[in-house]
Design a protein around this ligand. Structure first.
Ligand SMILES: NC(=O)c1ccc[n+]([C@@H]2O[C@H](COP(=O)([O-])OP(=O)(O)OC[C@H]3O[C@@H](n4cnc5c(N)ncnc54)[C@H](O)[C@@H]3O)[C@@H](O)[C@H]2O)c1
Length: 320
């Protein structure tokens, strides 16, 4: 029996993959995006799948739109945000508007519509750059950027809505998700699409700092899987849960692995560190295992190969 899902931010990277999976599973899908960082072609891809899809071009800062969108919906997968640390450092008010005010609007609409559950895309940036390396949910959050603070505020609002109104919410803290459809051309692009497209052009990738910083790179299919589990797991309600691969990849090694896959030998260029950047980011995923029954479905190397294969097929990899 199909259920109705609202996916916010579905013209973006993660949201478009979630909507695609739901459509392929035969669910009814309503998506919203204001195209702030999203790409209309991802919505065209969703349309081409031919399922039960409705698309709203609009903003989660508009409460009337959200009330209409949530009416009669079963689940909300909330992924709309302005997901950039440097952009939040440059303009914290804009980040607050899309990440915090938008989330609060959505929670109110979901509560009023009586949806079964809201899954919130939280961020590892809530941990900041704490000593010890591996991040567990029991650690005190300590964001070091306006973006991290805004994503954390969304988590707190989600949990408070569970306690105050009985709205079921789950916050999934993602750690450096990668895969097809990430925009490599923005000044704020994530490191993997940026490196892949630069190296596909035969150019050397630029690393901010000495390249010894590490990330828990998480292939997109694992995040999609985690969202589906989070909609159903009874023990997850009101919880914040790390969703990641649970591994640690150093940026210098990432360049080496990409050289292997591409058959190239491109040394990185090192420049000054960026403000707000975190040195080491790795997740403890035992809570996801316990509460969601989560296991990564695709490992880092396989995910990297699939991602390179996808970027080989798009013109952006050849231009600019
Ligand atoms: N990609 C990651 O590694 C990562 C890590 C941690 C958390 N997250 C979170 O996951 C979510 C999705 O991230 P992504 O990487 O797919 O980013 P993305 O930029 O590709 O997608 C975000 C989408 O939200 C849309 N959006 C922004 N403001 C909006 C508004 N006011 N109304 C409607 N739509 C709006 C954008 O146009 C975009 O399509 C975000 O909430 C982000 O904070 C992502």
């Amino acid at each position: 029996m199909p259920q109705t899902y609202v996916v916010t931010g579905a013209a973006g990277f993660i949201g478009s993959h979630l909507a695609e999976r739901l459509l392929r599973d035969g669910q009814r899908v309503r998506v919203i995006d204001n195209l702030l960082t999203g790409d209309r072609t991802h919505l065209d891809t969703l349309k081409s799948l031919g399922g039960d899809l409705s698309i709203t071009i609009g903003s989660i800062t508009d409460r009337d739109i959200l009330q209409a969108l949530c009416r009669g919906a079963d689940y909300v997968l909330h992924h709309a945000a302005l997901p950039s640390v440097p952009r939040s450092v440059a303009d914290p008010l804009e980040t607050h508007l899309h990440c915090v005010t938008g989330t609060l609007n959505l929670l109110v609409a979901a509560r009023d519509a009586g949806v079964k559950r809201v899954v919130y895309a939280a961020s590892s940036s809530a941990y900041g750059d704490q000593a010890g390396g591996v991040k567990a949910e029991s650690m005190r959050p300590a964001p070091i950027s306006p973006y991290g603070a805004a994503k954390l505020a969304g988590e707190y609002y989600a949990a408070a809505f569970t306690l105050s109104y009985g709205l079921e919410t789950v916050a999934l803290r993602y750690f450096n998700v990668f895969g097809s459809r990430q925009d490599p051309n923005s000044a704020y692009a994530a490191v993997i699409p940026k490196f892949i497209t630069t190296m596909l052009r035969g150019q050397r990738p630029t690393i901010f700092g000495d390249g010894r910083q590490s990330r828990d790179f998480t292939y997109i299919d694992n995040v999609v899987q985690g969202n589906l589990l989070a909609c159903a797991a009874p023990a997850a309600v009101g919880e914040t849960i790390n969703l990641a691969a649970g591994g640690r990849v150093v940026l210098n090694d990432l360049v080496a692995q990409l050289n292997d896959i591409l058959g190239s030998d491109l040394a990185p260029i090192h420049t000054v560190e960026r403000p707000g950047d975190i040195l080491r980011s790795q997740a403890d995923i035992s809570k996801a295992r316990e509460l969601l029954g989560f296991e990564p479905v695709v490992d880092f190397e396989e995910g990297l190969r699939r991602t390179v294969d996808w970027y080989r097929t798009i013109p952006a990899a050849k231009s600019s």
